[in-house]
Design a protein around this ligand. Structure first.
Ligand SMILES: [Fe+2]
Length: 481
């Protein structure tokens, strides 16, 4: 017999080029005619006269599909299907019910016992071939996929495993995140279904660990949790989870979610997303090098971008922003002065006061930075910070003289952190101020130069975290220089 290896990871998964069909039908005439028809189409057919004979054949041979009548002596087709789906050795074998009964109740019962398709004998000449093709293709895809189910509840693990296996998937299970990582290291799953609340390593830590390993990041991660807390769900989705199911969920819905995520189209999209993220990481690494090069020209501003990003990040966390926004804002704050790469050393590093002309050149850096980054689609959300971090709340800033809340919030927050770090760092024309003096100045310009709400948040985080470490970092930069 010629066999094709559908999947190389596990040797059990073979699909015959000519499908092996078990035909269970008590009418000799129907059985013979149907068998001849299927054989003509290149299928290998084994015949059984009733459910009991069919079950014995299924347990002792390998088939790709069972086609079964319903009304039969000894064992009917529904009982056969139920027995097939109950037995771990045969539960992944698809069954097509072929019956002369086609009421809604009969069809419902067929699907309830686990049939993959229900065909009425009267429509078989037109529909059977298409159904066979569809079921075989669907099971070929399912059999080629390994799903990892992670849950500390043995009951949930068992129920989910059963449903997925009945639908044809291969399933492996683990009781917590750590055990799941060990499983992944030995057999790479195509999809992960994970609980959140688990001992040893919970679902959040597990999802993070998976996303941090480049070989694993393309695996769709589905969260299943009794925890209906939307903020945890959002956090998991922002960490890379592909979908979530809130317990108690419908097991059919679970199978459909898994099927959808493993469809070719979705897998391509996930791969595309992964590629884009890798490109963005590379791009950011390049931009960060540019910032380092920029700051290397001027030892007074060494580490300034990092400090501003660090402060803004703390403000955003204090305000309860979501993690994706915090990450974007932090990147924007790190890049806020990128436009200074276009400013000549003679102006940027000038030790004395700047002339009006020189100052207007310095003032071009937000526009220059905006121009550098605006060609990159993934940087679009960051542009308002780059362009507007020198606007003033009273409208006297640059480049656009925006006033009040017309200035984007992220830019107003960055302006506060930028001002504080500039005040506490040494400059060619003055020494860095002590923390308390800088905080007084920040409070004085609250509502004129700086956004009052952002200043309040800033003062709260300074009180909570202490700005000593930022002042110390600024001092350290000066000492190193
Ligand atoms: Fe700036």
């Amino acid at each position: 017999m010629i066999v094709t290896v559908v999947r190389s990871r596990e040797s059990e998964c073979y699909m015959a080029e000519s499908p092996r069909i078990l035909l269970v039908e008590d009418s000799t005439v129907v059985r013979t005619l149907l068998s001849q028809r299927l054989e003509k189409q290149g299928m290998q057919v084994t015949q059984a006269e009733n459910g009991r004979e069919g079950l014995t054949a299924a347990l002792s041979n390998t088939f790709d599909l069972i086609i079964s009548d319903v009304d039969m002596p000894v064992m009917d087709g529904f009982t056969l299907c139920r027995e097939i789906k109950k037995n771990p050795a045969t539960r992944r074998l698809p069954v097509i019910i072929l019956s002369s009964h086609d009421t809604e109740g009969d069809i419902d019962q067929g699907f309830q016992v686990g049939a993959s398709a229900y065909i009425s004998k009267s429509s078989a000449p037109n529909e059977l071939n298409a159904a066979i093709k569809k079921v075989l293709e669907s099971y070929r895809i399912h059999r080629s996929h390994l799903v990892l189910v992670v849950d500390d509840s043995l009951t949930v693990r068992g129920m989910v495993k059963n449903s997925l296996e009945k639908a044809g998937f291969r399933v492996t299970t683990a009781g917590d995140g750590k055990e799941a990582l060990d499983h992944i290291a030995t057999a790479l799953p195509d999809l992960i279904l994970s609980d959140i609340d688990m001992p040893v390593m919970n679902g959040i830590e597990f999802c993070k660990a998976v996303q941090n390993i480049p070989d694993y990041t393309g695996i769709p991660f589905v969260v299943m949790s009794a925890n209906g807390d939307r903020s945890i769900m959002r956090r998991m989705l922002s960490q890379g989870a592909a979908s979530y199911l809130v317990k108690p969920f419908n097991l059919e819905q679970l199978v459909i979610t898994v099927e959808k995520l493993l469809s070719h189209h979705i897998l391509l999209m996930l791969k595309d997303k992964q590629r884009l993220e890798a490109e963005q990481r590379l791009f950011l690494a390049g931009i960060t090098s540019l910032i380092t090069a920029l700051e290397a020209r001027d030892h007074y501003t060494r580490g300034h971008s990092e400090s501003v990003a660090d402060l803004v990040c703390k403000m955003a966390q204090h305000m309860g922003m979501d993690e994706t926004d915090i990450e974007s804002l932090s990147t924007a704050a790190r890049l806020h002065d990128i436009g200074k790469i276009g400013i000549p050393d003679s102006i940027l590093l000038k030790p004395g006061r700047l002339t009006d002309d020189e100052f207007s050149i310095i003032k071009s850096h937000p526009t220059v930075g905006n121009r550098i980054l605006q060609v990159i689609p993934s940087m679009r959300d960051l542009l308002p910070v780059i362009l507007h971090h020198h606007e003033r709340f009273d409208g006297k800033g640059y480049p656009d003289g925006l006033r009040g809340k017309k200035i984007p919030l992220w830019a107003r927050m960055t302006a506060v952190a930028d001002t504080y770090d500039a005040l506490t760092s040494d400059r060619p024309y003055r020494k860095g101020m002590p923390r308390d003096k800088a905080l007084n100045i920040i409070s004085e310009v609250r509502g004129s130069q700086l956004c009052p709400d952002s200043v309040d948040v800033f003062l709260e985080i300074i009180e909570k975290n202490g700005a000593g470490q930022h002042a110390a970092a600024a001092m350290q930069r000066t000492v190193e220089a």
